[in-house]
Structure formats: structure tokens, C-alpha cells
Design a protein around this ligand. Structure first.
Ligand code: GDP
Length: 283
């Protein structure tokens, strides 16, 4: 058992009786969401006997496992030789640019040539950051002029990936959420533009969320999902104070599965989501 649930176990084990309100609040603070917290508490109360710390952890673990998706099928390059296109979205600061670089590195280490599109053109720093990653990891990065239209950057990067015979293209997009309308416009334009080169692209739209931001991450997922249907989530900063509960609540409430986990600032600190490992680490 690790981190949060270990402390919860110790706290309960040291008490003569469980304070149900406190337990519910604790489960909510693990980012499991009020609905799941209430379900766990109600189930424990229904046991009709003295409830132990083991009972609490076992019930939470079982509910978490039931609310996580099975592992996704392996990522495979396209059969038609065209690049598989990722569209990566998320608000600033969650680790989006780092995750794009980590994902590209993860693919390249598996022998899959990958191109990065620096389409977060709104922030010069984001473009520079991706370029630095590209140099460090030996991954081609396509960028535009400052404040260039993000969709034109994605278009050019897509063409380069096709011309080079790259297997994957990863588009790092701007994380502005000030109005859903603008976001929707920008992301739809990027999608239309990618479809000009390959009508099936983008193939996977991933939202990056920061595990340490709790309920905010769920709110971001709701907003982005309305603006642009999401296929999966990259949960970053799982090494920090993040409890992993955001992955559970996003899947539970929106049906959007976690696909990758970021576990540090280094490029290798990135892994495919695995339900079994995730539950083991959480508890
Ligand atoms: P963006 O604004 O969403 O593109 O975020 P960045 O990629 O610039 O990342 C913001 C900060 O989070 C940087 O300092 C990253 O090194 C850090 N970061 C990203 N992913 C992780 C992670 O999985 N764990 C930790 N500890 N830090 C991360």
C-alpha cells in the first residue's frame, strides 16, 4: 500500500470507531469524487458489523479497480504506411509539451520514427521547449512563425511525416480554455486540416491532466470533451502528491480511459497505463 491509502489505513486502524463523515471526506480528497466516496461508505455501513481499516482499503481498492478500464490494445503503426496522428490537448502547465516529447521518445525507442508538431504557437516558450526536447531526443520538430496558425503547423508537420515515411505524428496544441467556443474553433480547424492529408486523421485525441490538481482535472476533461471529443487521457505528475484518483473519476464520469502516465520530469519517466500496476501503486 502506498502514499495516501497507507495514511488512511493507519488513521482508521488507530481509531476505536470509524467517523463516516470523515471517511467520506477523506475518500473525496483522494480525488475519487463524491459519488464513489458515498458508494464506498454506504457499502461499508451495510456490512452491519464492526468495520476495520482492512475492510475500508479492500472496498476502496475493489471499487477503484471496477471503475478503471481494461488495458487499451497495443498501439500499432498504420497498415497503409501513413502516420498515425495524435492530437494532444490540455491547459498550460499540466505537462502537455513534456508529455508530447515523452510520447515521441517512447515511440522512437520502440523503433517508430516520429515527428512532433509545435502547434502551441501562442506561447513562444512552448515551441522553444519542444525544439529543445527534439534536439535532445533526436526527434524532428516542425514549427511555424511566432503566432502562426496552429493548423498550418500541423498541416506542414503532417506532410513532413508522410514524406519522411514516419510512423507517428504528435501535435502539441495550445492550451487556451478561455472560451469553449474559441477552443472548439481552433481544435476543429486543426482536425479539418489534418484530414486534408489523411481523412482518417487525427487517430487519437489525448487530454493531458495533472494528477495533483484533483477535481480541476475532471472539470478540464469535461470542458475539453465538449469542445473536442477525447479518446484518452495522459495523467502527469503521478510521482508528486497526485493520488491517481483523477484517472478513476474521469473514466467513471466521462468514459475516457487513461492511456499513459507521466511519473517524473525525465523523458523515460512515462509509461503505458496498466490497470493492474495502477491499482497496485495506488494502494
Ligand atoms: P505545459 O504547459 O502543459 O506544456 O507543461 P510543461 O510540459 O511545460 O510542464 C510543466 C512542468 O511540469 C515542467 O516543469 C515539467 O518538467 C513538469 N512535468 C511534466 N510532466 C511531469 C511529470 O510526470 N512529473 C513531474 N514531477 N513533473 C512533470
Amino acid at each position: 500500500m502506498a502514499g495516501f491509502f497507507k495514511s488512511l489505513y493507519n488513521k482508521i486502524a488507530n481509531k476505536a470507531e470509524i467517523d463516516w463523515d470523515e471517511l467520506e471526506a477523506d475518500l473525496i480528497s483522494a480525488d475519487l469524487g463524491p459519488k464513489l466516496a458515498m458508494t464506498i461508505v454506504a457499502e461499508l455501513q451495510d456490512l452491519g458489523r464492526q468495520v476495520s481499516a482492512e475492510d475500508v482499503i479492500e472496498s476502496a481498492r475493489r471499487h477503484v479497480a471496477n471503475r478503471l478500464p481494461p488495458d487499451s490494445p497495443p498501439l500499432l503503426p498504420r497498415m497503409d504506411g501513413k502516420p498515425f496522428v495524435f492530437l494532444v490537448v490540455g491547459i498550460n502547465g499540466v505537462g502537455k509539451t513534456t508529455s508530447c516529447a515523452k510520447l515521441a521518445h517512447w515511440l522512437q525507442r520502440r523503433g517508430q520514427p516520429t515527428v512532433l508538431a509545435a502547434a502551441d504557437t501562442f506561447r513562444a516558450a512552448a515551441v522553444e521547449q519542444l525544439e529543445r526536447w527534439g534536439q535532445r531526443l533526436n526527434i524532428p520538430v516542425v514549427k511555424g512563425q511566432p503566432n502562426a496558425d496552429p493548423s498550418s503547423v500541423c498541416f506542414n508537420a503532417h506532410q513532413k511525416a508522410i514524406a519522411d515515411g514516419s510512423k507517428y505524428l504528435i501535435c502539441d496544441t495550445a492550451g487556451r480554455l478561455h472560451t469553449r467556443h474559441n477552443l472548439m474553433e481552433e481544435l476543429s480547424k486543426i482536425k479539418r486540416t489534418l484530414a486534408k492529408n489523411d481523412e482518417t486523421a487525427p487517430h487519437l485525441t489525448l487530454l493531458v491532466v495533472d494528477a495533483t490538481t484533483g477535481a480541476n482535472a475532471l472539470q478540464q476533461a469535461k470542458e475539453f470533451h465538449k469542445a473536442c471529443p477525447l479518446d484518452g487521457v495522459i495523467v502527469t505528475k503521478m510521482d508528486g502528491s497526485g493520488k491517481g484518483g483523477v484517472a478513476v473519476s474521469i473514466y467513471d464520469q466521462l468514459g475516457i480511459a487513461p492511456r499513459f502516465l507521466g511519473t517524473g520530469e525525465e523523458p523515460e519517466q512515462f509509461a503505458l497505463f496498466s490497470k493492474q500496476k495502477f491499482v497496485e501503486e495506488m494502494f
